[in-house]
Ligand binder design. Structure first.
Ligand SMILES: Cc1cc2nc3c(=O)[nH]c(=O)nc-3n(C[C@H](O)[C@H](O)[C@H](O)COP(=O)(O)OP(=O)(O)OC[C@H]3O[C@@H](n4cnc5c(N)ncnc54)[C@H](O)[C@@H]3O)c2cc1C
Length: 444
């Protein structure tokens, strides 16, 4: 079976893209590595599918119109003449190689947490803000009893209020940036103001203190986290004064990084986003620089679920038009995209990562947890003549482990004074050698 459009990613962007294209009469396959549709924003347990709001509407628009292929992890995408072959590992425990072919491809693979190393971040009990949120939303699991939420960005609010609402004792929210810049930069839509007010009231209701201009600069404990060092920071995040806060869990996150493995594999052009991290370059129709390949959602720049959905709708319509199906132009959607993009970019400017975090590191601080590479070895490699993050990787191995630099890549680039580079991963998902050698099955 060859589809008109294969969509990779079943989050807000991918679901909207698949729905719009299927509604225009295209044969669509919607592929996702997770057990069910929803992505990060609509993540939910099997037993509790959201019955109200945007998810059921998107779900209904996709159901029966597109072929949904869940538990399909895409490890690579290749061009085959005028088709695109999407190579997946399908299944739960006993995964089988499988290929889905399409005339057009929409990449909506989302983002992952942006992390910064600090002493003790490898202790059990320290997890990313997104990880804590995913556990809560996807499995109704509260990550700990007494939790500190820290980092930067508006995402800390839903994480802290979600945890407090689920019964955790949230000791505080520590936002590294001062809030003065936000009002000046971001002109939030009334819905966003209402959303933020809702989180603030929830934190008040649970007596969760919010500390701006403060950060967790170290985590402590023997076999697990017992307390953190919180510092009041200057404008560049250099510590001014410190104190300790007891907790058994730390949910820490410094925003998100677009997931670019697949578009980079295909040769799609990227450009630095407003926060310096690479994003896929797209035109107003969400076309990438590679003919037949489109991108939507966080992959084109971190902007949240609303923007992801709007971009998905626009991309699905563009694919339909490019394949000669009539789809009415949607100026209102394009205007909404511009407005949401402007707001998202203003937020990214208002919540920057300041350089002072480098001063939090001690020589023994692990920069790469997968390969247990301490900061001292990164400095050693630099002194041995490594001039960029790639040379550091070759000499000291940060980024050569399980996550292939997804967690430490950003920090290593910053330590070398470089702008973060697009990831070069020919294999986007772990695969068994046997499956690599095996001939993939065709999808029905
Ligand atoms: C852990 C985490 C939690 C978040 N929680 C929230 C939240 O609570 N509220 C909020 O407003 N924003 C949250 N965000 C921000 C989130 O990025 C956006 O809100 C929104 O979900 C983006 O939509 P999207 O469609 O671009 O990507 P996503 O929703 O991330 O969807 C991308 C989908 O692509 C799939 N995928 C990725 N790579 C592959 C592959 N190689 N093969 C197959 N499938 C693949 C993933 O399984 C995922 O389902 C969270 C982000 C993260 C990383």
């Amino acid at each position: 079976m060859t589809y008109d459009l294969v969509v990779i990613g079943g989050g807000p962007a991918g679901m909207a893209g698949a729905a719009a294209a299927a509604l225009a009469g295209l044969r669509v396959a919607l592929v996702d590595g997770g057990p069910r549709l929803g992505g990060q924003y609509f993540r939910h347990p099997h037993s509790a599918e959201p019955l109200r709001g945007r998810f059921p509407r998107l779900r209904a628009a996709v159901a029966g119109r597109a072929t949904v292929l869940a538990r399909h992890r895409v490890w690579t995408v290749q061009r085959e003449d005028d088709l695109l072959a999407v190579h997946c590992l399908a299944g739960e425990r006993d995964e089988r190689p499988r290929t889905v072919r399409g005339r057009r491809l929409l990449i909506a693979t989302g983002a992952h947490d942006r992390s910064l190393p600090f002493p003790g971040w490898d202790l059990p009990g320290v997890l990313t803000a997104g990880g804590a949120q995913a556990l809560l939303k996807g499995d109704r699991v509260v990550a700990g009893r007494r939790i500190v939420v820290a980092g930067t960005g508006p995402f800390l609010l839903p994480v802290a209020s979600g945890l407090a609402g689920a019964g955790a004792d949230v000791a505080g929210v520590y936002e590294a940036n001062r809030l003065t810049g936000i009002a000046r930069r971001a002109r939030p839509a009334p819905a966003k103001v209402a959303e933020a007010t809702g989180y603030a009231l929830e934190l008040l209701r649970h007596r969760v203190p919010f500390h701006a201009g403060q950060a967790v600069i170290a985590a402590h404990g023997d076999t697990g986290l017992t307390h953190v060092t919180v510092a009041r920071l200057d404008r560049d995040w250099r510590p001014l004064a410190t104190r300790t806060v007891e907790c058994d869990t730390l949910a820490v996150g410094y925003g998100f990084l677009p997931q670019l493995d697949l578009p980079v594999q295909l040769g799609c052009a990227t450009r630095p986003g407003v926060d310096g991290s690479p994003v896929v370059e797209v035109d107003a129709g969400l076309r990438t620089s590679v003919p037949g390949v489109y991108a939507a959602g966080e992959a084109t720049g971190v902007g949240g679920a609303d923007l992801a959905e709007v971009e998905g709708l626009l991309a699905g319509r563009t694919v339909a038009m490019d394949l000669g199906r009539t789809a009415r132009p949607a100026p209102a959607l394009a205007r909404r995209r511009r407005r949401l993009t402007a707001f998202a970019e203003a937020l990214l400017r208002a919540y920057p990562v300041r350089d002072g975090w480098r001063g939090w590191l001690s020589p023994g601080t692990l920069v790469c947890r997968c390969e247990e590479v301490p900061y001292a070895r990164v400095l050693e490699a630099r002194d041995l003549g490594a001039l960029d993050s790639r040379a550091i990787k070759l000499l000291a191995r940060p980024g050569m482990g399980w996550c292939q630099g997804r967690v430490c890549g950003y920090a290593v680039a910053c330590l070398m004074g470089e702008a973060p580079q697009p990831p070069r991963r020919p294999i986007a998902q772990p695969i068994r050698l046997g499956d690599l050698a095996d001939q993939p099955e065709e999808t029905p």
